[in-house]
Ligand binder design. Structure first.
Ligand SMILES: [Zn+2]
Ligand SMILES: [Zn+2]
Length: 177
């Protein structure tokens, strides 16, 4: 996810490059698995503007039924990477934006590294609550099993409180004296 942008930095504002990324990750547990899509770079006055719409997959757990799942994610990265070194002279460029957190820069070798942005946007995408399927009914508060068609037998399905009292009375009445 590193692009050498030395040539693009020599061009005029508005000059463009298109790249494609196709990355695989191996998260230990939950995390981004794959990410791919076009990366558009545009020369700006202060550096290079990066615009991407990446799609991919992540491994996680369904936020309702807690099943392990692989689900789709999307990352829309829109960031300006500031130029800090002149591409011809190698001299530092004074920019009015300090090198603070959240502001990306092109390094002194004119490499624009997308990894950190992908990591940050990826973390955001992972914090969305994924579902194993859109209508996942979740878990039964009574027995902890998955609700739905196959969920029968724990008594949670159709108990109405009056009926439940009757059943308790009946059960008590059945006890041997
Ligand atoms: Zn689920
Ligand atoms: Zn149940």
């Amino acid at each position: 996810m590193q692009f050498n942008v030395a040539q693009l930095l020599k061009e005029t504002v508005g000059a463009k490059r298109d790249h494609q990324i196709d990355e695989k990750f191996e998260p230990e547990e939950e995390g981004v698995l794959t990410i791919s899509g076009p990366v558009h770079l545009v020369r700006t006055r202060r550096g290079i503007y990066v615009r991407t719409h990446l799609t991919g997959t992540a491994r996680g757990t369904c936020s309702r039924c807690l099943k392990p799942i692989v689900y789709p994610i999307e990352l829309e990265i829109d960031e300006e990477y500031l130029q800090r070194v002149d591409v011809t002279t190698g001299m530092p460029i004074q920019v009015d934006v300090p090198e603070e957190e959240g502001q990306f820069s092109i390094d002194e070798r004119h490499t624009l590294d997308l990894s950190e942005a992908v990591r940050q946007y990826g973390t955001l995408a992972l914090s969305m609550k994924p579902l194993c399927r859109p209508d996942c009914p979740g878990l039964c508060p009574q027995c902890g099993r998955e609700l739905g068609l196959e969920h029968v037998g724990c008594g949670q399905e159709a108990i109405d409180s009056r009926l439940s009292i009757l059943e308790q009375l009946k059960a008590a009445g059945d006890q041997p004296a």
